[in-house]
Design a protein around this ligand. Sequence first.
Ligand code: BGC
Length: 782
Amino acid sequence: MDYKARSAELVAKMTTEEKASLCSGLSNWQLKSIDRLGLRGGYLTDGPHGLRFQAEGMPMGVSVPATCFPAACASACSFDRGLLFEIGAAIGDECRQEGVSLLLGPGVNIKRSPLCGRNFEYFSEDPMLAGEMGAAFVKGVQSRGVGVSVKHYAGNNQETRRLIVDSVMDERTKREIYLTAFERVVKQARPWTVMCAYNKLDGEYCSQNEALLTGVLRDEWGFGGVVVSDWGAVSDRVKALKAGLDLEMPGGDTWNDGEIVRAVKEGRLGEETLDKAARRLVELMLKMNELSAYEYDADVHHALARRAAIASSVLLKNDGLLPSSIFKNAALIGAAAKSPRYQGGGSSHMTPTQLDNAVREFTKAGLRFDYAEGYAPDALEPDEALISEACRVARGKDIVYIFAALPEKMESEGFDRRGIEMPRAQTELIRRVSEVNRNIAVILSCGGVVDMSWEKYARAILLTYLGGQATASATVEILLGRVNPCGKLAETWPVSLDELPASRYFPGEGRTSEYREGLYIGYRWFDSAGRTPRYPFGYGLSYTTFRLADLYLSDTHAADDGEITVGCKVTNTGTMPGAEIVQLYVAPPEGKAFRPAQELKGFEKVRLNPGESKTVWFKLGGRDFAHYEPESGRWCVESGDYEVRVGVSSRDIRLRASVKVESASAVFAVDRRAELPDYYAPEKGLEVSDAEFASLLGREAPHYGVRPYTVDSTLSEALECEAGRAALGRYLEPGEGEDDQLRRMFAAMLPDMPLRSLNMFGDPQLSRGNLAELVEKLNASK
Ligand code: BGC
């Protein structure tokens, strides 16, 4: 079907009211229909690592069983585009079975700080990796005729005050770090929709940020789809529509549809702007209407989830203890061995079709073992009785498997983490058990970086992250050496949070979060400052060994618009089949602009039998050498000798070669050494003054006060005055009947929720139409 022509035809037949009605949803998870034109409103639902479809009548927190695949924190460690495509395609098929036409994901936001509560749902600290993983996943879902919503565009890197916070960053940081993953996904995979973030960027809510939604996304990157709001992200509906936001979600409160009609009638909004949005929406609906039925095989998808969990697990430490065998006499310790931690909390939380656990899987495998709980699930403080019992069970065994897991209540959408420590209940257990038996293998499940000062007590550590419903069976296969672990870290694991400059500025104060560390996050920071993390980006062990050799460059000279092919031979020099993830980094010469010491520009995963060799290939183009120049608003390549580095982690570079670049765009590079001394010398620690940050930004960092009250004022701000307490006090009373992780999320989010988002709870007093009156009362009150 020619969707464009058909949608133009249909929109031409619509009244202004009908067009405006399409600009918001019918309910939480469905679009509106226009029956007389045969347009049916399809379903759209979360995402991202499995389907969370709430069928008619299901209470909040309950969803139709679906396969829970590894969360993005885990799947990114596979560095495997093909796998991400397969997972996407499988979820697409599950959408078809449930009649869902659009999946709300993937999330490609950057992990700026380990404290972001939602890091588990994001791929990486590196925009290239996040973009590549996101694009492959999107291609997979969309290959089944199901759309996606790539989220949260953009600069949503924390949960604290996420609905109102202004992410204050300079243009270069925005372009080089926080927009790049979206750019890759949009250009490579053509997602049907993009979901705008809650926060502000450049002082404007993303939902009504024209430079972001139209300037960059549509005009620069050529995005032709629909922009959807995050749930409750719209502040000024007319402004949002003008900026390029087509669909407001969730639906239910139709006041804003009326506002669009009023604006057209009063001449505040050109009808052609509404027409454009309506045409894009109808095009989306036409595609959604073509959803074809499917019945998936839950066992086949479970097997894929297991394969994905295997490919996503990272062996962090191993002195030869692993792989083990079923013939060993084992102790199995930890509550997580029976009830695993395998997915994150919040809008992505779903009901799995089945759930493996390690105790059952080891039993199936024929292992002889004794089990001890070791710690109570969710407990923070050590329990002497449980620890003593664990020590008793561990004593004299050939091997001790300790299953450790960061409790769900410590990380979730809706709030940020307070620190990265594991509960003492578990670290103390590991230490004490090591006193009676040194042969400890720890299996660690968590959604993000944790403190590892206990690593010395373990001879082996396998990190599964949140590996989905088949994590446990995948783990047992790895521990017993039936498969070879091959994942690599998609984020740097620091020794402590204090080492990271971002920690100083995260999550900010008041209504802002200042990104003073600029480009220097993750390995960009560690490598530029010459510091050593606990585990570097791109790191992960294997049961076999690999050799990299014969670096080949198609040319050692390049222009900024040329392309170079890079190749290298990889050989499996060990005794077990396995996969290596070969990574290509580019290190720029010293130039006018400050640059991170090196950046990831390519990666390939290669599977090899013992003794086998293959050559992996990469392409490098001008953008791979470039930085963004805010003054001229363009990508710029400085001339000079760039080092091409090929390795097996950011800190294990095996091959190097130099490329001499002669660049026409070099003239645009600006030397800002005098105004930005700290950014040119990150090794000094990046304690950036107000003045230097203002220079980087090109403006003073904004500050926001509480008054006057507006629809964007938060609940806690409103509660500072008498009228607010009278009208809204009950919102802080604890909710009932929701499952724990959702209640935790809402309880954490509520105080910082803007008044305009509270209409999601269906209170007529807070419907959009009544808000103006409430705001007036707040302003008149003490
Ligand atoms: C989240 C989105 C999610 C939406 C619908 C929002 O609170 O930020 O990621 O898709 O809710 O559940």
